[in-house]
Design a protein around this ligand. Structure first.
Ligand code: NI
Length: 184
């Protein structure tokens, strides 16, 4: 099933998310649906709040980037109950976009390196270090679980530049190539 993607302005993108356990109903189906929803919208990451669920889970698939950079080959992962336990000191800026903020792409400064603990789709625990683009995508998705979106992290002047786009999202007056759900 392909879910509509929740757009900027919807309260669920700002809510606190809850950990889940292996008894979460139809978990594997939900994971499959999150990937299907993400692929349908041509995204590389999707967090549960973006389909309206306040739970701590996100999916990432960077395979589409593997043609240009082999480090992304086969990088398809599910992160359940993740906790970023270390952020590196070095920061890096890079353009980001988000399926919940269609039509906006802005530079965001983030730590280059993170250490994250999480469960995979089999509920097996991992403790891993990621750098560069992988760390960036993980941090972007992790932000969704903390009630944040990437435009919260852009400069006030850049936010001002995008003000009319953001307010049209809030008021539901946008068109999008995939199915969306707006606040109004
Ligand atoms: Ni996003």
């Amino acid at each position: 099933m392909i879910y509509p993607i929740v757009v900027y302005g919807c309260p669920v993108l700002r809510e606190q998310t809850q950990n889940i356990d292996a008894n979460y109903p139809n978990l594997q189906q939900l994971i499959d649906d999150m990937f299907a929803t993400m692929y349908n919208a041509e995204g590389i990451g999707l967090a549960a709040p973006q389909i309206g669920l306040s739970i701590r889970m996100f999916v990432i698939d960077l395979e589409v980037l593997a043609e240009d950079d082999p480090q992304f080959k086969g990088f398809k992962k599910v992160f359940i109950n993740p906790q970023i336990i270390e952020f590196g000191e070095e920061l890096e800026s890079c353009d980001e976009g988000c399926l919940s903020v269609p039509g906006v792409s802005e530079s965001v400064k983030r730590p280059k390196k993170i250490r994250i603990q999480y469960l995979d789709e089999k509920m097996e625990a991992h403790d891993e270090v990621y750098e560069n683009y992988k760390a960036r995508v993980i941090q972007h998705e992790y932000d969704h679980l903390e009630g944040k979106v990437f435009v919260d992290r852009i400069s006030p002047i850049r936010r001002q530049m995008n003000r009319s786009k953001l307010s049209s999202m809030v008021s539901g007056k946008i068109r999008c190539r995939y199915r969306i759900k707006t606040a109004k």
